[in-house]
Design a protein around this ligand. Structure first.
Ligand code: 13P
Length: 375
């Protein structure tokens, strides 16, 4: 032991915690929300597209992108037959605009969803910005007033939140700068959300643009997840009260290799096993870069894969749940019922895949079917 002038110079190890962390009531509340969101066979509908992101989707259908039509579109989805929608969908991520819109003359959307046994959630990030000093990589803004906004959203009835950071793969990217910066931001976001009694969905999306292989995608995901959970621990995030929303491990869209759902499942689960703590209750995948069918078959393959799986593995899909219904609806109130039937068909398929039972319903997933990735 080092001594100075006969006295011990070692610092005393503190016997009490020196940082704030969620008390037991808050921990219990966060875990209860997480459990409800990831109940067996249920997943989350991501309907938090910003008005700007909806522009292209509406334009492709010659629809005017205005506030009324965006409200009507969300109402079409959320008012699908109550018993069925709540059997497959546990929660819906809303955009700020939708939180303040009304489903009917006296009911705002969060309350409307709650009455249908669906938990309202909220996208709280304020979008991607380029990181100066990087090779066109991005970070995500919105931390400055996040606590105040989270407190307001909780009062409006939201119980969980989402924040998305993105990474691009090339031979040299993502850079260490992007990985460290975005991991830190996701961890800060998560700790702020938890302090306001919202469960944070942590979304480090690796884009499928590019020609990278499945192996390169796996390597990048491993580096990102390990940095992410180191940052989460550093920020004293209560891991049991969080949800991870990653991409599946896929080759880039310009890569010629074909991968079976089983290969994708193996790469995805190997990556998660190596880097994601088993204290994380659930992993809810995004669907970007995959066709509707591929996102369902691959989720099914992940859930039917033999091997250790300490988390609930389900969906938090935007495009793969909505796009086919949006096309049928096309802004026409006479088509609402048909569009809702299509939305429920997709939700049911994803729910079966979350249980690893999609292929038990007479749909041939094919043992060696190549993965179908779309731009
Ligand atoms: P996709 O399922 O369309 O990828 O979107 C989910 C989402 O919320 C992206 O942030």
């Amino acid at each position: 032991m080092a001594r100075m002038g006969g006295k011990c110079c070692c610092k005393k190890t503190p016997t009490t915690d020196v940082y704030k962390k969620p008390d037991s009531a808050l921990r219990a509340e966060l875990q209860k929300i997480t459990e409800a969101l990831t109940a067996p066979g249920k997943g989350i509908l991501a309907a938090d597209e910003s008005p700007v992101s909806l522009t292209k989707r509406f334009q492709d259908l010659n629809l005017e992108n205005n506030e009324t039509l965006r409200r009507d579109y969300r109402l079409m989805l959320f008012s699908a037959e109550k018993n069925q929608i709540s059997q497959y969908i546990s929660g819906v991520i809303l955009h700020n605009e939708t939180v303040y819109q009304k489903a009917s003359s006296d009911t705002e959307f969060p309350e409307f969803l709650r009455k249908r046994n669906i938990i309202p959630g909220i996208k709280v990030d304020k979008g991607l910005v380029e990181m100066f000093g990087s090779d066109n990589e991005t970070t995500t803004q919105g931390l400055d007033d996040l606590l105040e906004r989270c407190i307001d959203y909780k009062k409006k009835g939201c119980h969980f939140a989402k924040w998305r950071c993105t990474f691009r793969i090339t031979d040299t990217l993502p850079s260490r700068q992007a990985i460290e910066e975005n991991s830190n931001i996701l961890a800060r976001y998560a700790s702020i959300c938890q302090s306001a009694r919202l469960v944070p969905i942590v979304e480090p999306e690796v884009l499928t643009t590019g020609g990278h292989s499945l192996a390169r995608s796996q390597q990048v995901h491993e580096e990102i997840f390990s940095a992410l959970y180191r940052a989460m621990i550093l920020h004293h995030v209560f891991i049991e009260g969080t949800i991870l929303k990653p991409s599946m491990i896929l080759p880039g869209v310009e890569n010629g290799d074909s991968c079976s759902p089983q290969l994708i499942a193996e790469a995805t689960l190997t990556t998660l096993m190596r880097t994601v703590p088993c204290a994380v209750p659930a992993v809810t995948f995004l669907s970007g870069g995959q066709s509707d069918e591929a996102s369902t078959i691959n989720l099914n393959a992940i859930n039917s894969f033999k091997g250790k799986k300490p988390w609930t593995l389900t969906f938090c899909y935007g495009r793969a749940l909505q796009m086919s219904a949006l096309k049928i609806w096309n802004g026409d109130s006479s088509r609402v019922k048909d569009a809702q039937a299509e939305f429920l068909r997709r939700a049911k398929a994803c729910s079966s895949a979350a249980l690893g039972k999609y292929n038990e319903e007479g749909i041939d997933c094919g043992e060696i079917a190549p993965c179908k990735i779309t731009a």
